[in-house]
Unconditional design. Sequence first.
Length: 320
Amino acid sequence: MATKLAVLTSGGDAPGMNAALRSVVRAAIYRDWNVVGIARGFAGLIEEDFRPLFRRSVGGIIHRGGTMLRTARCEEFTTPEGQRQALAFLERIGVERLIVIGGDGSMAGARALAEAGLATVTVPGTIDNDMAGTDYTIGFDSAVNTALQAVNMIRDTAYSHERIAIVEVMGRHSGHIALSTAAACGAEFVLVPELDFHMDDLTEKLRRCRYDGKKHGIIIVAEGVMSGYELAERLHDVTDYEPSITVLGYIQRGGAPSAYDVTTASRMGDLAVDIAAEPGAGHLIAMRNNRIEAVPYAEIGDAKRGLDMELYQLIDELSM
Ligand code: F6P
């Protein structure tokens, strides 16, 4: 009987998840496997919501943001009872292998199922790019490019009105989007959750910029530090600046994936199927030193991917 593979997307959606799905489905069918898609992440395993997927089922999605399978964050699945239910369901429908596309929380779920004996492989997908074990997660490049495009438009008006533009970007616990956006747009200052923020450092930087003849500026703040509105108030309290505030929000998670995200998703999805075929599969598909490889869950620590401090220094150095 043909091997049966299930695939799901879980956690926050990210541009490129559909391209990863397309790759998984077609690579598996190329091997003569049967594929089922689980709806709404791990919730679909508990609600038993699935459908068979064929080559044509994943046609016309390579360029689409979001995920055609839909996604969710499922509390019930984090309990032993939820996981037992999910395993029983997969066994009943004859699924022997599972590919999960998502971030850290999703990998934790896939890992729990692997420890219970199911072959699982995780494809990293989150705009935050903060997962342990991999240098890159699908969706990050697209999210940063979306943020950059927006900031470049905001900069036009900040220049014309001689204002400080505060732009709040996503990242409740992680500053990678803020940092890369700040570097790419040449921001004067960036606030990230990983580093302590001192108002004096910001006001001193703005003072030096003004002394040097700069009449406008851009501050990128990750949502996990404080809101753009709060930062504007605090800045207003100690300076005579009247900042403009823009919250980019969910536009960073939507939209067409970049070329980099589509090709990375396609390559990662294909390797995920190869690894799922091996006995004892329990791996994350990771980007390490620009190479895509499979890393056993057991070799991945708890530490989230650290911030690039060299890039942080560079932003400061080049923005005067
Ligand atoms: O997907 C990542 C992310 O956008 C984080 O940057 C943010 O902290 C979180 O998801 C917000 O997710 P939601 O609003 O869907 O709960």
